[in-house]
Ligand binder design. Sequence first.
Ligand code: XMP
Length: 318
Amino acid sequence: TWTPDAFVDTTVAELKEKLGNDKVVLGLSGGVDSTVAGVLLNKAIGENLHCIFVNNGLLRKNEFQEVLDQYEHMGLNIKGVDASARFLDALKGVDDPEMKRKIIGRVFIEVFDDEAHKIKNVKWLAQGTIYPDVIESVSATGGPSATIKSHHNVGGLPDFMKLKVVEPLKMLFKDEVRRVGSSMQVDEERLGRHPFPGPGLAIRILGDITAEKVKILQEVDAIFINGLKEWNLYDDVWQAGAMLLPVNSVGVMGDERTYEKCVALRAVESTDGMTADWVNLPYEFLQKISNDIINKVPGVNRVVYDISSKPPATIEWE
Ligand code: XMP
């Protein structure tokens, strides 16, 4: 029978055998899969694993620094690269969702390739691919996820993609990945983290992206997500986040009329993201979060809650 401990032992032995003294590069995202892949490879080859964590400037509030600290604490050989300005610059004036994804995908590859080149004699590219990703790419010959949204845009072939590929989690399902992580003492909070899209807050800011809008959305999102944790609702939700809408609406503050931004909160239940239902969050919670957002985040005077299911609505608004 399959057990996480046995999987770790066998896989570490296989990785040692396969990789020998070779250097391996791995992009970490803070997500469950890449993190568990990193810890497993670190167990097998230690310093020969070179991890790269890119800040695209579109992560959650404080996420880059917190996750980087956590990775260092876990003993990973990791380099954090703050490329926020490069991403924001490339996204300037762009409001089309697919264009945003393409640009973010392209810049990520450029940044990652630059970093990978700095590692002398790297032989392998490691990836946190899990079994459902394998199935998806086999069937991605124009299926809905391939045509409706280009989740993984890759243009040309950068050098790091010519490396040999090692994917230690390729045969595992998500719950098995979590159990493997758990058996290697990966922080439970990291293992239970909600999914977060690669393009990050870019696809939750409807319309064009500016540093100021990112800042506003990070504050709103942090109030919402921390609130879910404080109210013990986080684990009842599959994914949650806030959307910054491209509309201003009239409000009133003291004796003055305001004309400010509106945010939409979204929380869904799902098993794989293909279908999803909005979560019936308690009114008291929504009331508290709405008040906190409006009182604490300058520039926002209205909060709405998204009660649409997927299909026909998607989880993200872009
Ligand atoms: P949708 O909005 O299509 O989202 O219902 C389904 C799941 O996929 C995530 N998502 C993305 N993940 N790059 C990603 O890595 C993307 O471009 C992207 N678009 C959506 C979304 O957060 C949800 O978990």
